[in-house]
Design a protein. Sequence first.
Length: 140
Amino acid sequence: MHEAPPAVLVVDDDVLVANTLRLQLRRVLPPGWEVITALSGPEALEHAQEHVAQGGRIPLALVDYQMYPMKGSDLLLVLVERYPGLRTIMLTGQADMEAVNMVINKVHLYRYMQKPWDPHDLERTVLDAISEAEQASGQG
């Protein structure tokens, strides 16, 4: 069995947004990287667990804030506990600043970005975040 490639986890309950992010990231990620998309927190946790069980790494997660049944902030708390060194980006159109501040403090949010996002800014942010994560883990 060969090792799974590194991946960026994208979680948004809007399928159009999730697909748009997946396509945008595939254009800029290093060769061999994957984009794993999920439409909910529970689905994201399942996909992440499967990927890691196959020998893959997830250095970065992009998560929407407003989702059901699990808010993005709650998902991020679980992800950073399970995957130390994970870089996290919250991408959202609707979040109260108190919740955002809690996430920033508890999960050391790499970046908070508003929807609609600037494509070039998002791409730069993602590449910087995975570069930092790879250097920290000794993979880069």
